[in-house]
Design a protein around this ligand. Structure first.
Ligand code: PMP
Length: 754
C-alpha cells in the first residue's frame, strides 16, 4: 500500500489504517506532517466515471468557497484518480485531504448543533444548486429515495414478517402519497447522505461533511429527508428534533409547502431503503459491520414513525418553516354536513366523534394529527391498510372485476382455500357482501331444507340488518324501539355463567342452559327449522356460551329436523386464539356457518358455508345470484386475508397477546370492585363494569372509561344489554405492548375515579 501511495501520489506514508466503508475501501494515511484519506474502488467504467464526477463536484464546491469538505489531491501525473493493479485486480484510487473533527454520532446532540447542521446543509445545497453534471444526473442509485423501488426486491430478506410488512406499507404509501407529486418537486444535485457518520462537528457546530460518493441529481427535499432520518432515528421524539433542523435549513434555503407535504413519506422511504439494504447484505452473508451501523436505529424509527399521524408530521414541519398548520373543519361542522344528507339513525362513536383520515395496522389517524391505538375494530382483521391487502385489491381492480356468471380462477381458488379451513362435512360456499346478507341466505336455505318456519334464536343475539336478520336478532327486535318478537321465533336464554342462572362453567351450566332450550323446543307446537347462534354473544356483552352448551343442544335441534346455524361473523378467522372458528370451542360442527366482517379485512364480503345436503335442497329452487358476491376483487382480497393469517401466525398472536391482555385485565379486576367480570378469549374480550361489589351494571362508568380512553387516543367500545361491558377486539396484529398500554390507561382512569 505504501508503495502505491508513493508511486502514484508521491506520498511517504508512515502509517496506513483501514477504515470502514460499504462499497469501497478507505484508508487513513499518515505522513510525518499530514493526514490523508486514500480510497480504492474495484474498477468498472461506471465507477471511474462517478469517481471523476465526484472529484469535479468537490472542486466546484471548493471554487465556490465551500469550506470543510475534502480536497482531491492530484496524483503524480496530475490526475485526481489513478488506476493500479492490486493482487491481480484493477482498482481506481484517489487521495483526499483529511478533515479533523468528531462525527455527529460521537457528540451529544443539542439544539444548537442541530441548528448549525440545518444551516450548513442549506448552504451546501445552495452551492450544489448551481452545479450540474450529466454523469451524476444519469445515475440510478439505490440510495436515492427517488429510486426507492430498486430496494423493493430486498424486502424479502427482512427476516421478521412484521418488520417486512411495515416496510411494505411505507413502500405503498410512497406510491400513493409521493409519486403523484414528483413532477412538482424541485430537483438538484445533492450530497444525498448527510448521515451521522458523514457529518463532522467541532465546538457544538457542524464543521464539515465527507463522502460525496452517493451524490445524486434528485429531489432537493431529499437532502433534508436524509439528514432528518439519521439525525433523529435514535430520538424518542423525532418530530421535535426534525423541526430544529428543518427550521434552520429553511432560514437559508426556503423549503416549499409541497415539499413538506411529502417529507414524512420521504423519511420513511429512506428508512426503508436502509433496512432493506441491510437485510440484503446480511442475507448475502456479508460481514461488513458498516452495513449494519444504522439497522437497529432504523427499525426503531420506522416503528415510531408508524405511530406518528402523517398529518401531525406535516403540520410540525409546516410550523418549523413558518407556514400555518393545516386546519381541517371542526367536528361540529363535519357532523352538521353529515346530517344534511344522512339520517340521525346512524350513530357515531364517542361523546366527541372522531374525524378519521387514515390508518395503519393497529393505528388510526384523525384529521387533527392524533394517532389512535385501535383496540376495538375487528373488521380490519390483519391490520388497517395492510399492504398485501391493498396491493391485492388494487391489482385485481386494475385487471378484472366481474361476477360469478363468468369463469375466473380466484373464485375457485378462494372457495377451495376457505373450505379447507372447515371439516369435510362443510363443503359448499355461497358468497355475498355482508354478514346480514349471509344471515338472510342461511335462514332461507335452512327453511328450504327443513321445511319448517320456526327459528330458535339466542337471547341478546345479533345477526344483521335485513328484515329476516332482524327477526332473528333479539338485540334489535327486543329493543324498546324494536318491533318485538315475531310469532315464528323462539328465544333461548343466554347461557351466561356470570350473570345467568347457572354459573358453574365446568360443563354443568352449559348442560342446564341447553336443557332449558330443549324444553322450549319440546313445548313448541311446530318443529324448529333452524337454530342460529354466535359462539360468543357479541351484542350480549361478549358473553361466551357456557362450556358444552352447543354440544348438548345441537342434537336436540337435529332430532326434530332443525338446522344448526353458527354465526362466525365476529369470532371467525382465528380471532379467539385457541381455535380458527368459534364453534370448535364448543366441540360441535354446525350445518351452516355465516361469515362476514374480517373475511376481506373491511372490503364488503360475506359467505354462507354449508353441507352438500343443504346446498342440494337449495339448488332445487330458483337460481341464486349475487351481483357482487364472490367477485374477483373480493376473492383476491379474501385470499390475501387467509394467507396473511397464516404467514403472520395471527391466530397464535391472538392467543398469546389475548391471554396476556386478559391476564392484565383480570389483574385490574382484583384492584377495582367495579370490574365484575373479564371474559372472552383470544383478542375478543369483554370487561363487565358494575356498581362496586355488586352485579348491577354501571353503564355510566363504562361510558366514562370508553370516552376517557378515546381522549387518551385508545379505541374501545361498550356493548351488552345495559351497554355496560367494555369490548375490545383489536386487529390481530395487536401486540403485548399495545395490550399493556390499554390496560395501563384503564388503570389510570379508574385510579382517578376512586
Ligand atoms: N352477525 C354478527 C354476529 C354481527 O356482529 C354482525 C354485525 N355486527 C352481523 C352478523 C351483520 O353483519 P353486517 O353488518 O356485515 O351485515
Amino acid at each position: 500500500m505504501k508503495t502505491i501511495l508513493h508511486e502514484q501520489f508521491g506520498i511517504n506514508a508512515i502509517k496506513v489504517e483501514k477504515l470502514s466503508g460499504l462499497d469501497n475501501a478507505n484508508y487513513l494515511v499518515e505522513t510525518v506532517t499530514e493526514k490523508y484519506i486514500f480510497k480504492t474502488y474495484p474498477y468498472t467504467r461506471d465507477a471511474l466515471t462517478l469517481v471523476e464526477a465526484e472529484n469535479t463536484a468537490l472542486l466546484f464546491l471548493q471554487n465556490e468557497g465551500q469550506r470543510n469538505i475534502q480536497t482531491p489531491i492530484p496524483s503524480k501525473n496530475q490526475s485526481y484518480t489513478a488506476l493500479v493493479n492490486i493482487n491481480g485486480q484493477e482498482y481506481i484510487c484517489r487521495m483526499l485531504s483529511y478533515l479533523d473533527g468528531k462525527f455527529l454520532v460521537e457528540v451529544p446532540h443539542t439544539k444548537k448543533l442541530f441548528q448549525s447542521f440545518g444551516k450548513f446543509l442549506a448552504q451546501l445545497d445552495l452551492k450544489l444548486q448551481q452545479f450540474t453534471d450529466y454523469r451524476i444526473a444519469a445515475r440510478k442509485l439505490k440510495w436515492d429515495i427517488r429510486h426507492l423501488n430498486l430496494s423493493k426486491k430486498y424486502m424479502e430478506h427482512i427476516p421478521v414478517i412484521k418488520d417486512r410488512n411495515i416496510v411494505y406499507y411505507f413502500f405503498k404509501q410512497y406510491e400513493e402519497n409521493v409519486v403523484p407529486f414528483l413532477p412538482e418537486l424541485r430537483t438538484s444535485i445533492i450530497h444525498n447522505d448527510a448521515n451521522e457518520w458523514n457529518v463532522l462537528v467541532a465546538q457544538e457546530e457542524v464543521s464539515g461533511i465527507i463522502d460525496f460518493g452517493d451524490m445524486a441529481h434528485t429531489f432537493l427535499i431529499n437532502e433534508l429527508a436524509i439528514a432528518i432520518t439519521y439525525a433523529c432515528y435514535d430520538k424518542e421524539n423525532p418530530l421535535e428534533w426534525a423541526s430544529i433542523l428543518l427550521k434552520s435549513y429553511h432560514e437559508s434555503l426556503p423549503v416549499q409547502e409541497k415539499e413538506l407535504e411529502v417529507l414524512y413519506y420521504l423519511i420513511a422511504a429512506r428508512l426503508c431503503i436502509s433496512v432493506c439494504i441491510s437485510a440484503n447484505t446480511r442475507a448475502k452473508k456479508g460481514d461488513n459491520e458498516y452495513a449494519f451501523v444504522s439497522e437497529e436505529n432504523g427499525w426503531q424509527m420506522l416503528y415510531r414513525w408508524l405511530a406518528i399521524n402523517p398529518i401531525a408530521a406535516e403540520n410540525s414541519f409546516r410550523q418549523a418553516a413558518g407556514f400555518p398548520a393545516k386546519n381541517p373543519l371542526p367536528i361540529a361542522k363535519i357532523l352538521e354536513k353529515r346530517y344534511e344528507h344522512l339520517s340521525s339513525i346512524l350513530s357515531v362513536s364517542y361523546n366527541t366523534p372522531i374525524y378519521m383520515k387514515g390508518a395503519a395496522f393497529q393505528y388510526m389517524y384523525d384529521a387533527y394529527g392524533n394517532t389512535f391505538l385501535d383496540a376495538y375494530n375487528n373488521i380490519p382483521h390483519v391490520g388497517h391498510s395492510h399492504p398485501k391487502i391493498v396491493e391485492a385489491g388494487q391489482r385485481q381492480m386494475a385487471k378484472l372485476n366481474t361476477n360469478t356468471r363468468y369463469l375466473y380462477d380466484s373464485l375457485n381458488e378462494y372457495a377451495e382455500r376457505l373450505l379447507s379451513k372447515f371439516p369435510d362435512s362443510l363443503n359448499k360456499v355461497y358468497f355475498v357482501n355482508s354478514g346480514s346478507a349471509a344471515t338472510d341466505l342461511a335462514l332461507r336455505m335452512a327453511n328450504i331444507h327443513s321445511g319448517n318456519e320456526k327459528i330458535m334464536v339466542m337471547e341478546h343475539g345479533y345477526h344483521g340488518n335485513t328484515r329476516a336478520a332482524i327477526d332473528v336478532s333479539y338485540y334489535k327486535f327486543n329493543d324498546p324501539k324494536g318491533s318485538g318478537k315475531k310469532e315464528h321465533i323462539l328465544v333461548a336464554p343466554i347461557p351466561d355463567t356470570y350473570r345467568g342462572k347457572y354459573t358453574n362453567d365446568n360443563g354443568s351450566a352449559g348442560k342446564s342452559y341447553a336443557e332449558e332450550a330443549i324444553k322450549l323446543i319440546e313445548n313448541s307446537e311446530t318443529p324448529i327449522g333452524a337454530f342460529i347462534c354466535e359462539p360468543i354473544i357479541g351484542c350480549g356483552g361478549q358473553v361466551p356460551l357456557a362450556k358444552g352448551y352447543l354440544k348438548s343442544l345441537y342434537p336436540a335441534i337435529r332430532n326434530q329436523g332443525g338446522i344448526c346455524i353458527d354465526d362466525e361473523v365476529q369470532t371467525g378467522f382465528g380471532r379467539i386464539g385457541d381455535h380458527y372458528w368459534g364453534y370448535e370451542a364448543q366441540e360441535v360442527v354446525p350445518e351452516i356457518v355465516i361469515l362476514g366482517k374480517p373475511m376481506a379485512n373491511g372490503h364488503p364480503m360475506g359467505a354462507v358455508v354449508c353441507t352438500s345436503e343443504i346446498s342440494a335442497s337449495f339448488e332445487k329452487g330458483v337460481e341464486f345470484f349475487s351481483s357482487f358476491g364472490g367477485n374477483p376483487v373480493s376473492c383476491a382480497i379474501a385470499l390475501s386475508v387467509l394467507e396473511i393469517i397464516e404467514e403472520e401466525n395471527l391466530q397464535e398472536n391472538a392467543k398469546i397477546v389475548g391471554d396476556y391482555y386478559k391476564s392484565l385485565l383480570t389483574g385490574l379486576q382484583k384492584k377495582y370492585p367495579c370490574i365484575g367480570d373479564v371474559r372472552g378469549s383470544g383478542l375478543y374480550l369483554g370487561v363487565e363494569i358494575v356498581k362496586d361489589n355488586s352485579m348491577e351494571p354501571d353503564t355510566r362508568l363504562a361510558h366514562h372509561i370508553k370516552n376517557e380512553l378515546r381522549n387518551r387516543q385508545i379505541l374501545i367500545s361498550t356493548d351488552g344489554p345495559h351497554d355496560s361491558v367494555l369490548k375490545t377486539k383489536p386487529p390481530l396484529c395487536f401486540s403485548k405492548e399495545d395490550a399493556f398500554k390499554t390496560v395501563e390507561q384503564i388503570d389510570d382512569i379508574l385510579k382517578t375515579h376512586y
